[in-house]
Structure formats: structure tokens, C-alpha cells
Design a protein around this ligand. Structure first.
Ligand code: SF4
Length: 80
């Protein structure tokens, strides 16, 4: 699972990183900083909760990696 944040939509509510602090963080202006690499499977539910609670719909999730390989733990070097 990979996460993207549309920086034009993110206004810095902070709901994503308040709800899912193990997935999202904030920059110096309070805007969301998503993980730079694919996240581990055990954080996927938290990632979705954070995305679902963004009032600006700024977060998009690409779940293709985890859907195609049940052993994928988010290692960015495992596949491209
Ligand atoms: S909840 Fe949405 S708008 Fe607020 S900081 Fe997170 S991504 Fe940005």
C-alpha cells in the first residue's frame, strides 16, 4: 500500500495524523507528510482511517502492492 497526499488540497487540519499517528506525520506548517515508502500491512487499516477522515479528500491510497502478494511487508526494494 502506498499513500499520496495532494498538497494543493491539504490545508493542515491534522485529522489524519491525529487519527493515524503511526502512518502520517506533519510538517512545520501542520500539513500532512505521508510515508515515503510502502507501509506495512499491519498499518493499512490505520492508514485508511486517516484517509477517510480527511475533510479535504487530500489522501489517496494505492493498495495494489498488498493485494497482489500476501507476504508483502512494505519493503520498497522487494518490487517496483
Ligand atoms: S486531514 Fe487532510 S487536510 Fe488535514 S492535514 Fe491531513 S491530509 Fe491535510
Amino acid at each position: 500500500m502506498r499513500i499520496r497526499v495532494d498538497r494543493d488540497k491539504c490545508v493542515g487540519h491534522g485529522r489524519c495524523y491525529a487519527i493515524a499517528p503511526e502512518v502520517y506525520s506533519d510538517d512545520e506548517r501542520g500539513h500532512c507528510v505521508p510515508p515515503a515508502v510502502a507501509i506495512a500491512r499491519d498499518l493499512e487499516a490505520q492508514a485508511r482511517r486517516g484517509a477517510d477522515n480527511c475533510p479535504e479528500h487530500a489522501i489517496s491510497i494505492d493498495a495494489r502492492r498488498s493485494a497482489s502478494n500476501s507476504t508483502d511487508r512494505g519493503d520498497p526494494t522487494s518490487r517496483s
